[in-house]
Design a protein around this ligand. Structure first.
Ligand SMILES: [Zn+2]
Length: 198
């Protein structure tokens, strides 16, 4: 493995990653600010009690089917490149899960079951966790396993306490495997190989 520096991950590299993921997963990746429909959805999610209107627009990326709406433009300097990579990985894991479940079942489960939504998000945050570990290992020589508090992370997703406990188990299990050097998600493996982190 070649030693990488944090500067290796440039804005151009993030744009290239967005393009690669578009091609590999058949997604349309765009910034949320480009879409008036996202403002309407923000109102709907707020009304349903799923997520606060302003937080949805400015802090959260979202994936609907094969449409990935990011709360930033890939390659922007407003967000650290590694945060953009993690968001791209996270949102594409939603696509992977949708492909496994079937689009109709996925949409229904995500929208109507807080328990299912919690575990689904935990799987997607596992990609964030693994990418951060790969990146810190490649750039600092030692992988950092971030701690995710799923009760706090899932607070804006309308999940209940019991749902958060189940989600915590999923991500804690992934963290234990990661401490032994195991990267479980195909997305983190793919991105890691592409950047020379794996
Ligand atoms: Zn998510």
């Amino acid at each position: 493995m070649v030693k990488r520096t944090e500067q290796d991950l440039t804005a151009a590299a993030v744009e290239q990653l967005a393009d690669r993921l578009r091609i590999q997963y058949g997604t349309r990746v765009r910034a949320k600010e480009e879409a008036p429909a996202m403002h309407a959805l923000a109102h709907l999610l707020d009304a349903l009690g799923v997520q606060d209107h302003d937080a949805f627009l400015t802090q959260y990326s979202i994936t609907l089917g094969y449409d990935v709406w990011l709360c930033f433009r890939p390659g922007t300097d407003q967000l650290a490149p590694i945060q953009q990579v993690k968001a791209l990985g996270h949102e594409h894991e939603h696509v992977v899960i949708m492909q496994a479940e079937g689009a109709a079942a996925y949409g229904m489960l995500y929208a109507t079951s807080p328990a299912w939504r919690a575990v689904c998000e935990a799987r997607c945050y596992t990609v964030d966790l693994e990418l951060h570990w790969l990146w810190t290992r490649a750039t600092r020589g030692r992988g950092v396993v971030q701690r995710y508090d799923m009760a706090a992370t899932l607070a804006p997703y309308g999940c209940r306490a019991g749902d958060c406990v189940a989600a915590q188990r999923v991500i804690d299990s992934a963290a234990r495997v990661l401490r032994r050097g195991g990267v479980g998600t195909e997305l983190a493996q793919r991105i890691g190989r592409w950047r020379g982190w794996l």
